[in-house]
Write a protein that binds this ligand. Sequence first.
Ligand code: NAP
Length: 489
Amino acid sequence: MVSRVIPVDPFDLVIFGGTGDLARRKILPGLYRRFLAGQMPPDSRIIGAARADLNDDSFRATVAEALAEFVPVALREPANVAAFLDRVGYVSIDAKGTGGWSDLKLRMRPNVVRAFYFSVAPALFGDLAERLHDHGIADAWSRIVVEKPFGRDLATARALNETLAKHFTEQQIYRIDHYLGKETVQNLMAVRFANILFEPLWKAQYIDHVQITVAETVDVDGRGAYYDKSGAMRDMVQNHMMQLLCLIAMEPPYHFDPDAVRDEKLKVIRALDPVTPEDIVRGQYLAGKGPDGARTGSYVEHSETPASTTESYIALKVNISNWRWKGTPFYLRTGKRLRARTSEIAITFKEPPHSIFDDAKGWRENVLVIRLQPNEGMNLMVMIKEPGPGGMRLMQVPLDMTFADALGAGAEEVPDAYERLIMDVIRGNQTLFMRGDEVEAAWAWADPVIQGWESRGDRPQGYDAGSSGPEDALMLMHRDGRRWREIKE
Ligand code: NAP
């Protein structure tokens, strides 16, 4: 099946931090793929901006290198790469300085969408917003895209929102969370709200619990100093996992419209109960062999902070106090240096109220598993009769839908989250971007949890590299008579 490409209006997209890691790995390769898909109108342009003393040609050479590194060779037909690079330019600008801004202004064309991607440290967001405004480069239809981290607590998130609000309206601000751009995550909404099948069962009466897992095999070596200021709660739970939780838990919006969807997500965040210390397990990986067989140092060695109490793993039980979810816990866990790289949401339904079958051995619940990576797709585990003459014995089988198969495409053709989201910015569709009040509400929930362990001076529990996480995380579920799903690719 060939996916439908919806054209967008011509645009000028300025990438501040165009020479940085994110631009090289995600933004520029994503734009190139959209170009290949025919979604970039011929008169659209991409302008890199950073302090480095480059010109159009030398920046194009760095973009070509990034494509060579991050786009499969089969997609890099030289004529296509050259045609893409033709649309690329560069302006040398210091976000805190005065040079380069008039050059940038001259390059901006009237009557095209202007988007400014802030792929720089958050400390520079205010400087960029102010200068774009003061130099008359941003107009009333311009959009800005800001990257995570969006604050490190409620106070800093609020300050950031206030800084941006001085020069841009909320409708112009696109706070990106690339988890929301994932095909499966959007499919979660399609499955819930475009089928009659699930929604009647989507409540505490029929759902026993929900598990959200984001497991990584990588460690923090090389970026330990940055990560140590954040930790798993700030880096993953407050933003990405919270967004996933919201999409599972929210009420049906009246329309698939930015504010309707975001209003419903906000209500979920506001309905979250405070998390008590006994419902949290924090961990730090120890030195040892990972799943790749390689031996690495411990978290403390990588973080370069001798007595660091930052967590590289967290598991927590979250309760939502509303009519739909009262009594159905959401268990969240995420960590580094774990057994396998996998992200999934598993919705475990309750057992039928009465079994008419004698075979209790094979008895299991229905589970809807939404896989974010690898192999984006969904699995619905259902009970059937075991084939053969052995009587009425039950077994659990998956009804599997792997998107790459369903779409008749290779796995690499499932669009990357960044591609989708950048095109949404150009279209002016904010549905998959976080609104300022959502971010603040998520911090208002996370802050007391973090302050709790910081004020108590809690130390995370050590866990073996290549394991499923700390022992106590198993207990978090066992004591409720439940267990985590296996972490596997
Ligand atoms: P990076 O590799 O350190 O790149 C930073 C970029 O900003 C470079 O292009 C740098 O170029 C430019 N820059 C630095 N100071 C500047 C200034 N004063 N004026 C103008 N440009 C300046 O960082 P990154 O990893 O790409 O991250 C960029 C943003 O995305 C950060 O907010 C980060 O938290 C976020 N993010 C990154 C990732 C990722 O995977 N990398 C993932 C999620 C979020 P010059 O030094 O030449 O100026």
